[in-house]
Design a protein around this ligand. Structure first.
Ligand SMILES: [Zn+2]
Length: 324
């Protein structure tokens, strides 16, 4: 089969023919960038090439210093071109990476725009992942725990009102750090599936989630201190004491188990009621300590054994804050 000879000046697949070199190739010029080089016959006549979209290699060459933006809007520059599958890029500096985060990616991802930036504050505008997805596989339930903790502190819903004055330590804004902490707790021998993160038992007045204050505990221990402040804000009475209009008395009750309230008695004086509540709370703390001894970290057990309900200020109608 004989092929038609391409005349000088004709344009085919974005190449302008300058002259014929030999039977196999022509010397051509790219109509986009003007680069001149030898192009093989079969490439010029390749019908799979889309003549509108096609660009020569020089047209798509990544140049050091060129600026791009990821699909999520993060700016970066080409730092070094090693090969099409290994391109070093550097993101614009931000508060987390003041020197600009560097990573490798490929030419394909650069053209696609789909490039991870591990310091994007994607959780409630505060939390960030902290690693490249190709480098680490996170445990789904640890991720859920972390997201809930961040949202509880920085994106509060109605349900989370009790946590609005809480925060997460900076180290844990980085999910990767939180994950490593969590993994360490799992191997300390005091962990079972389903344990939850608790920050209230060790230091009831500290409002910061951090490695110093948090431990993993069973739901039963976690709910022991949960929502103490929440109830009291509405009623102007300490947890455990509520006014019963029908009886014209104060009712004393204690949370037992997860969500049920155990009725204790009716009293005329709220102070007396709170003393009864505190005694009962002390008993259930000791019960929990006996039940979980050896199954949770020893400091939790001793915190339960030394548990003291917060004191109530009957004039200001609020808990007396202990100062650390
Ligand atoms: Zn070109």
């Amino acid at each position: 089969m004989s092929e038609e000879v391409l005349g000088s000046g004709s344009v085919i697949n974005n190449w302008e023919i300058l002259y014929k070199v030999d039977g196999k190739s022509y010397f051509c010029k790219c109509i986009h960038c003007g680069v001149e080089r030898k192009v093989f016959n079969n490439q010029l006549r390749d019908t799979r090439i889309n003549p509108i979209k096609a660009r020569c290699r020089n047209c798509t060459k990544l140049k050091v210093g060129d600026e791009y933006v990821t699909n999520k809007g993060f700016k970066y520059k080409i730092e070094e071109y090693v090969s099409s599958t290994k391109v070093l890029i550097k993101f614009e500096p931000d508060d987390l990476c003041p020197d600009g985060y560097e990573r490798y990616t490929t030419k394909y991802y650069i053209n696609d725009g789909c490039i991870d930036y591990p310091f994007e504050r994607s959780a409630a505008g505060i939390g960030y992942i902290g690693y490249l997805k190709k480098d680490f596989t996170a445990n789904r339930s640890i991720l859920d725990t972390w997201i809930k903790m961040i949202k509880r502190c920085y994106g509060p819903s109605e349900k989370d009102k009790a946590y609005t004055d809480c925060s997460v330590c900076e180290d844990w804004h980085n999910f990767y750090n939180f994950h490593r902490w969590y993994d360490k707790q799992k191997v300390n021998g005091f962990y079972q599936k389903g344990y939850q993160i608790d920050k209230d038992i060790l230091h009831p007045d500290v409002k910061v989630y951090s490695p110093e204050h948090c431990r993993l505990v069973p739901e039963e221990i976690n709910s022991f201190t949960n929502n103490v402040h929440c109830d009291s804000r509405k009623s102007n009475l300490p947890t455990g004491v509520s006014w019963k209009k029908r009886n014209n008395k104060y009712q004393v009750s204690i949370k037992s188990g997860y969500n049920t309230n155990k009725y204790l008695c009716l009293v005329s004086c709220p102070k007396e009621g709170y003393e009864i509540y505190k005694k009962e709370k002390l008993k259930s703390a000791r019960k929990l300590a006996d039940k979980w001894e050896g199954l949770v970290v020893p400091e939790i057990i001793s915190a339960l054994r030394n548990y003291k309900s917060p004191e109530w200020d009957w004039v200001a109608n609020e808990y007396i804050k202990e100062v650390f």
